[in-house]
Design a protein around this ligand. Structure first.
Ligand SMILES: [Zn+2]
Length: 183
């Protein structure tokens, strides 16, 4: 997990940690506090979002006003917060990034991204309105007909693959949950 900075100091007492395998049967190197004994575990984060679709089939995408991938298009999604469910997180991100009025639908995709220690989860969603009020993280929220999706300008592979599979299912009539990995 080299993308995430190694822990240097104990979160409990501020002492510099040492990196070692705890002698409790663990098999991974952890940041261990030599003063108070706390073992700092690092685990994957959840990114949750949705595929907001108008009844006419157009899909809402947001142009990112933040790094990484500034200026690229994405489905509304972001890090799940403490004290919320997946669906609540997907709704909150959609509100923050697009100000869109949606009716949340079923689970669509669950994607492991071990390279960045994340799990991405997308739900289907029905747009009740084509009026959007994007927040500061979004340059523009816009509806795209399937044939107009800017495939070369999408921010993340989890988004492009989710969109691709959504459109394939629309064409074939399949109703399924997609579980795959982006390596
Ligand atoms: Zn400590």
């Amino acid at each position: 997990m080299s993308f995430r900075a190694a822990i240097k100091f104990c979160s409990q007492c501020g002492q510099a940690v040492r990196h070692a395998v705890p002698d409790d049967g663990d098999t991974r190197v952890r940041a261990i506090c030599p003063a108070c004994g706390v073992v700092h575990y690092q685990n994957p984060l959840n990114v949750v979002g949705c595929i907001p679709v108008m009844d006419d089939g157009r899909i809402l995408l947001c142009k990112r006003n933040i790094e990484p991938r500034w200026g690229k298009w994405t489905l509304p999604a972001g890090f799940m917060e403490l004290d919320e469910t997946l669906v609540e997180g997907a709704a909150r991100e959609t509100d923050e990034e697009a100000g869109a009025d949606i009716e949340m639908g079923r689970l669509f995709s669950v994607i492991s991204v071990p390279r960045v220690a994340q799990v991405h989860v997308f739900y289907c969603a029905r747009l009740r309105s084509d009026v959007f009020n994007p927040g500061h993280e979004t340059i523009e929220a816009r509806l795209f007909a399937p044939q107009d999706i800017p495939w070369d300008e999408l921010a993340f592979r989890t988004v492009s693959t989710t969109l691709q599979r959504y459109l394939e299912d629309q064409a074939s009539g399949a109703v399924q949950v997609h579980n795959f990995d982006v390596l």
